[in-house]
Design a protein around this ligand. Structure first.
Ligand code: SAM
Ligand code: DTB
Ligand code: SF4
Length: 333
């Protein structure tokens, strides 16, 4: 199918937009979306958004770091990589006990979160940890919450074990474009990431995959990242778009800040390219004004990370988010 509206959208084009689920995006088409006057881009994104989602509902996912720091990977943005010479001052921990994770999930549910996302600073899980991870998934599911894990690369067997435990989503980000990737991470390849995503998809677990902007990449890299995601055989059900949290002690601590409108554009283009996916306004909200976040919701963000902590860095307090939702007439889903 050809794109109906690369410039201003046509009146009455919703039925076409509803069916616009493509996997053959070309870089020049994506850049043409990025290049649109902002108001035209936002209008188009909002039309797609309304054709596929309730525009006044935002899904709330809450994060917990079940194993922090000491990671053998060298992701330049990450506070948890052991190899960053300056050090980020983080204390490495062992895998948390199941009971503590369930208790924290209960609190997240009481606070309003519908999905609990458990993250570990690993290259991949050790087989000896699988029973604990399975117990975490089962325990959180028993609370009536959706479950998500992000544990690094997975083997076929580990993927099957998590599926059997009832895991709903697996998060594994492509992070950036294939071209820029080597400047950010050298310890695992882009293809290895795609292989893990294929394994997760093959096992029937919902895929959560997105990336980070504001790492010093070009607009072509932001477009390339979205091209990788949208041209997967199935769009990821969930697409987290993170604004870099520049953590002191990481190689990216002094990287030039991305223009906030470019962040909004990235959300809008993600929404247009992956109409049915949840697009999550992810890391970086702590540094964003209410107005900027509202613009992200208008651009098609349908989900946020909720709760006072991301993995190792702060996130807005629940009360602050709930007050913003009230002002905007948004409801939590
Ligand atoms: N260790 C696992 C892995 O990388 O596959 C899972 C956890 S890792 C922290 C999950 C994702 O969080 C990364 O792929 C990256 O997109 C995002 N992330 C990590 N640190 C970030 C930061 N400082 N700012 C923005 N996003 C970040
Ligand atoms: C994702 O895309 N963002 C989350 C989640 N998936 C695991 C993590 C954000 C981490 C932000 C930096 C920190 O708190 O360490
Ligand atoms: Fe390790 Fe994940 Fe951080 Fe990379 S992003 S250093 S894999 S915890």
């Amino acid at each position: 199918m050809t794109m109906t509206s690369l410039s201003a959208p046509q009146a009455g084009s919703e039925p076409t937009l509803r069916t616009l689920t493509r996997h053959d995006w070309q870089q020049n088409e994506i850049l043409a979306l990025f290049d649109l006057p902002l108001m035209d881009l936002l209008f188009q994104a909002q039309q797609v958004h309304r054709a596929h989602h309730d525009p006044n509902k935002v899904q709330l996912s809450q994060l917990i770091s079940i194993k922090t720091g000491g990671c053998a990977e060298d992701c330049a943005y990450c506070s948890q990589a052991a190899s960053h010479k300056k050090g980020t001052g983080l204390t490495a921990t062992k895998l948390m006990e199941v009971g503590r994770v369930i208790a924290a999930a209960k609190r997240a549910k009481a606070g309003g979160a519908s999905r609990y996302c458990m993250g570990a600073a690993w290259t991949s899980p050790k087989d000896r940890d699988m029973d604990t991870l399975v117990a975490m998934v089962e325990g959180v599911k028993e609370l009536g919450m959706e479950t998500c894990m992000t544990l690094g690369m997975l083997s076929e067997q580990q993927t099957a074990q998590l599926k059997d435990a009832g895991l709903d989503y697996y998060n594994h980000n492509v992070d950036t474009s294939e071209e820029f990737y080597g400047q950010v991470i050298t310890t695992r390849t882009y293809q290895e990431r795609l292989d893990t995503l294929a394994r997760v998809r093959g096992a029937g677990i919902n895929v959560c995959s997105g990336g980070i902007v504001g790492m010093g990449e070009e607009r072509a890299d932001r477009a390339g990242m979205l091209r990788t995601l949208a041209n997967l055989p199935h769009h990821p059900e969930s697409v987290p778009i993170n604004m870099l949290v520049a953590v002191p002690g990481t190689p990216l601590e002094n990287v030039e800040k991305l223009d906030p409108f470019e962040f909004v554009r990235t959300i809008a283009v993600a929404r247009i390219m992956m109409p049915g996916s949840e697009v999550r306004l992810s890391a970086g909200r702590q540094g964003m004004s209410e107005e900027l976040q509202a613009m992200c919701f208008f651009a098609g963000a349908s989900s946020i990370f909720y709760g006072e902590q991301l993995l190792t860095t702060p996130n807005p307090e629940n009360n602050k988010d709930l007050a913003l939702f009230k002002k905007l007439g948004l409801t939590a889903a």
